[in-house]
Design a protein around this ligand. Structure first.
Ligand code: SF4
Length: 294
């Protein structure tokens, strides 16, 4: 199954909706709770009380629960990683730009031939536009992406001797690279901890009551405060893996979810184990169902 890439850059092709918030009951919304109790159906009164208790926990309670959930996710997804193929920081930057409005699978099918021909920032800076467009056409929006890649190559040659810089401030000033993409590059190519707030990440951390923020930068800061800096990059991968495989936007697999004990949104999706198990995707499916006791 193909997935939308978490690292797609909104700089290239315009805004991508940042949706996925859990619907909130009118009473809760009116009360203005920082962490709203999500609308859930088909769960017991005891479980509803538990969901409300989680949503009303103290700050230290949230920190402990969030770290416990991260440990569970680490067990669930021991191989969580950036799903774009790359061998150098430049290749990761290029792959991330290409992943705007495209799947990781499609990008990974396109980049081997591209990376064989375009090896350095100079190659992109001096590219023949029509030729480069043909290479990346399968990823969609290829004209905008070609402009971004050529602009990136030119900026790297002019400002950084053809190398990618290592800081967020410098990266976000480059063509085609927004904050999310910069954090992907920092975390995965330079080993500098970064939180990647893509649509999955934002949706899930709000579902989990880690934050009620909608703005990606505010989400990044709020979640960053719950964890040690060294954990940021792997946390991002695990949350995104869980969002792609289990906690789907429309039908989360609550009845087969390894996080059900700690999730205040339990019941947002089917709670029947057999029904929920059918919703779990990906190569880790058997392991996830076993962890969930199914
Ligand atoms: S799938 Fe899991 S994490 Fe997502 S809402 Fe359901 S119980 Fe919570």
């Amino acid at each position: 199954m193909e997935h939308r890439c978490p690292t797609r850059s909104r700089n290239v092709v315009g805004p991508v909706p940042y949706g996925g918030a859990v619907p909130v009951s009118p009473a809760t919304a009116a009360a203005g709770d920082a962490v709203p109790v999500p609308v859930t159906t088909g769960i017991t009164a005891a479980r509803k009380r538990k969901n409300r208790a989680i949503a009303a926990e103290t700050r230290i309670g949230t920190v402990r629960r969030a770290r416990r959930m991260n440990r569970t996710l680490a067990e669930a997804f021991p191989d969580a990683h950036c799903e774009l193929d790359f061998t150098t920081p430049l290749e990761l930057a290029v792959a991330t730009i290409l992943s705007a409005q495209c799947t990781d699978v499609r990008v990974n099918l396109t980049t081997p031939a591209l990376f064989a021909k375009y090896r350095t920032a100079h190659d992109y800076a001096e590219a023949n536009r029509v030729e480069l467009e043909e290479f990346i056409r399968p990823t969609g929006f290829y004209r905008n992406k070609t402009s971004a890649l050529m602009g990136l190559g030119q900026a790297l040659v002019e400002q950084y001797d053809g190398e990618l810089p290592h800081t967020l401030d410098q990266l976000v000033k480059l063509p085609g690279i927004g904050r999310k993409t910069a954090n992907v590059i920092l975390g995965n190519a330079f080993d500098v901890p970064g939180i990647t707030v893509d649509t999955h990440f934002g949706r899930l951390v709000r579902r989990w009551g880690w934050t009620a923020e909608e703005d990606p930068v505010k989400v990044e800061h709020a979640v960053g405060e719950l964890f040690e800096r060294k954990d940021w990059t792997m946390l991002s991968h695990r949350v995104i893996f869980h969002g792609r495989r289990v906690c789907h936007a429309r039908k989360p697999a609550c009845g087969a979810c390894v996080l059900s004990n700690d999730c205040p949104s339990f019941g947002a999706g089917p709670t029947d184990p057999a029904v929920a198990a059918e919703l779990v995707k990906g190569p880790e499916r058997d392991h996830l169902l076993e962890m969930a006791g199914l």
